[in-house]
Ligand binder design. Structure first.
Ligand SMILES: C[S@@+](CC[C@H](N)C(=O)[O-])C[C@H]1O[C@@H](n2cnc3c(N)ncnc32)[C@H](O)[C@@H]1O
Length: 312
């Protein structure tokens, strides 16, 4: 298993989020392929459900870390909150600002460029709400980020994290993703692994044994490479599980956790998309029933709501 330094990870992440990729992401909630659109919108829906549950007064201050093209920030701002944002991408700052100014001209949006693993440039106890959606897997030191979130939140302020997790339903229904999940479980992997036999053997902890074969002919056959990807930007994506997310919040001092799931699917393949919609709707309904909350563990994305304690 290759390791990566903090600087290399940041360079790769900013390279990726300043590349042509961002044009795609700008349209991600409406014009991208349907599977992705469905999961992103489900995620957004669940984040906003928690925002509405908290029911902050108008004018409350929210911060989104890793705001991307601003779709989530816009929906938060449209609820009458002042929205601040920090993102490492130099291109997203313009895209997000333009989107929010156009769609919500009277809203208050303040986006800036920055690395959310470093000290956040805000005073202690500034915000009522912090949202981190689809971002934590990019961070080298997500622990430092959550500690900063704790600092900038007011006592009683809320943190919402939306994050894809390791053990989703679709991973149990085909062989390669299932084997990958087994590796995640038994070897306690730290990073996500491509669903190819090559990656499972070379990029997991098994790499200590099999890494030396990575360039051999057999390890580069179609069979070994199915499910593999080659990224120009060599970043590592952190692997999260629900307990890991909960513990992360608790370790940083957060209390009272609520957990929800978003998007249940049986396969990532486009041909199953229509069937996925039915599965998603059905499991979503079931997961809300009293004794069936455990179903949420099978969703692709987990949403965690936590609260900074009020010290009396
Ligand atoms: C998958 S996008 C999510 C965008 C947005 N939160 C949403 O829900 O649509 C991930 C975002 O995290 C940002 N990001 C990743 N690492 C970061 C870092 N270290 N500091 C600041 N932003 C970061 C990226 O630039 C990108 O905009």
């Amino acid at each position: 298993m290759k390791t990566i330094t903090k600087e290399q990870q940041l360079e790769a992440v900013s390279g990726w989020w300043n590349s042509d990729q961002i044009v795609k992401w700008d349209k991600q909630y409406d014009e991208w392929d349907s599977q992705t659109v469905r999961s992103l919108n489900r995620r957004l829906e669940k984040v906003l459900k928690f925002v509405d549950d908290i029911n902050l007064p108008k004018g409350a201050k929210a911060l989104e870390l890793g705001y991307g093209a601003g779709q989530t920030a816009l929906k938060i701002g449209q609820r009458g909150y002042e929205v601040h944002g920090v993102d490492v991408s130099e291109k997203f700052v313009e895209i997000a600002t333009t989107r929010c100014q156009k769609e919500d001209p009277t809203g208050k949006y303040y986006f800036k460029i920055g690395n959310i693993e470093s000290r956040l440039e805000y005073e202690d106890e500034t915000f009522d709400l912090v949202v981190i959606s689809g971002v934590l897997h990019y961070l080298y030191d997500y622990e430092a980020c959550i500690k900063e979130v704790y600092r900038v939140l007011k006592p009683g302020g809320h943190l919402i994290i939306a994050q894809r997790t390791a053990y989703a339903l679709n991973h149990f229904l085909s062989i390669r993703p299932f084997l990958c999940s087994c590796l995640y479980f038994f070897l306690r992997e730290k990073y996500e692994i491509f669903h190819s036999y090559k990656a499972m053997l070379c990029d997991s902890k098994l790499g200590v044994i099999f890494g030396r074969f990575e360039n051999t002919k057999f390890f580069n056959t179609k069979f070994m490479l199915k499910g593999h990807d080659v990224w120009k930007y060599k970043l590592k994506k952190n692997l999260f599980t629900i307990p890991k997310l909960k513990n992360l919040c608790k370790r940083s001092g957060f209390g009272s956790l609520k957990v929800d799931g978003a998007y249940y699917c049986i396969s990532e393949e486009p041909k199953y998309f229509d069937f996925n919609i039915k599965v998603d709707d059905f499991l979503e309904k079931m997961a809300n029933k009293k004794f069936l909350h455990f179903i949420r563990r099978l969703s692709r994305i987990t949403i965690v709501l936590s609260k900074k304690k009020v010290v009396s």
